[in-house]
Each structure stands twice: as C-alpha cells, then as structure tokens.
Ligand binder design. Structure first.
Ligand SMILES: [Zn+2]
Length: 188
C-alpha cells in the first residue's frame, strides 16, 4: 500500500473467499479457536455445537483474523508515517511530532482520530483505498488536531492550508465518512 503511490490497494480477502473447515473436538473443551491456512479457515470447536453456532464462530473469528491481516498489510511498509512527515513539512513547517500513526479497522464510520496528548493518529482502513488527495486531506485533518484538538476556527485555518480540503470533505461526506466530527479527542 502506498499513500503517495499509484494504485489503490486491494480491499483484502473476505470471508467468502475462504473455505471453512470445522475441527470438532470430542474432548470436553469449551474453547473455540481459528486460523487461516492458505485459503482455508480452520475452526476448532467443541463437539455438539449447533451448525448455526459453528457458523457464527467461524464468521466472528474469521473476520477478526482477516482484519488483523489487513492491518498488518496496510501498516507493513510505514508509508503512512512517511506521508505524514511529508505533509508535516509542507503544511506545518515540520513542527509537528507524531508519536504513532497507523491504519486501524475499527473506526466505525469515522475517517480517523487523533489523540493530541499522546500524539497518536489512527486512520480508517477504508481511507487506504481512496484517491491520494483524499487520503492526504484526512492526514492533514488529523495532523492539524495535534495543534488544535477542537474543530475551532483555528483548527480549520490549519487544516485548510491543504488546498483540496473542502473537496475532500465533500468526497468523505458522500461516502458517509464525514458527519462533521471525527474521532478526535476534542475537548482534551
Ligand atoms: Zn477532526
């Protein structure tokens, strides 16, 4: 995945791409576990579960594994960090300190979040598949929160240094990721 690069990344494998295989343990084991091997999702379940329960476990554990794989893939090349530093240099004169920035898969409808106190930024994995100029806008938005926690006039003055900010907000609104508030720690 390249934030500044050309192609949008694959959205990753979904559960439907995997063949589910149940291993039923006859021992009195109450734990359920799962692993992905090639294109198979192997789910170990205690014997005696209803098929619908087995299926539920497969879906729950399988999607958790796929999300973790997706996070690893997206964060493996540290491109997000590199891009954030480029934008820091260009729009904030390089004065921001970012302790940690990474993609996450649990933003639940938000495009990102920032904890100014800890100098950490989280970006929704959905953003990875968006055009570069939108991703940059999201990064600048969260970077601006490092200096201004609230969506104040001062915040927008910082954020709007990025020339396509308004257009990017329109884009994010259209895909349902901008309701005017992201997950930043606002009042902190
Ligand atoms: Zn915000």
């Amino acid at each position: 995945m390249a934030v500044g690069g050309a192609g949008a990344p694959e959205s990753g494998r979904s559960l439907a791409d995997l063949e589910i295989e149940f291993v039923r343990s006859s021992r009195r084991r109450r734990t359920v576990s799962a692993r992905v091997q090639g294109n198979r999702l192997i789910v170990q379940v205690p014997a005696g579960l209803a098929p619908s329960e087995e299926q539920e476990w497969a879906e729950r554990l399988g999607s958790r594994i796929l999300r973790a794989q997706r996070r690893r893939t997206l964060n493996s090349d540290r491109d997000l960090e590199r891009r954030a530093q480029e934008l820091n240099a260009r729009y904030f004169a390089g004065r921001l300190r970012v302790a940690d920035i990474r993609y996450v898969t649990n933003q639940n409808g938000r495009f990102g979040s920032c904890s100014p106190g800890r100098a950490t930024i989280r970006i929704a994995d959905r953003v990875a598949a968006m055009p570069t100029w939108v991703r940059d806008a999201v990064l600048v938005h969260e970077l601006a929160h490092l200096e201004e926690a609230n969506h104040s006039a001062r915040f927008w003055k910082l954020a709007n240094a990025y020339p396509l900010m308004e257009r990017a907000r329109g884009y994010l609104m259209a895909v349902g990721l901008d309701d005017g508030s992201d997950g930043s720690d606002g009042a902190e």
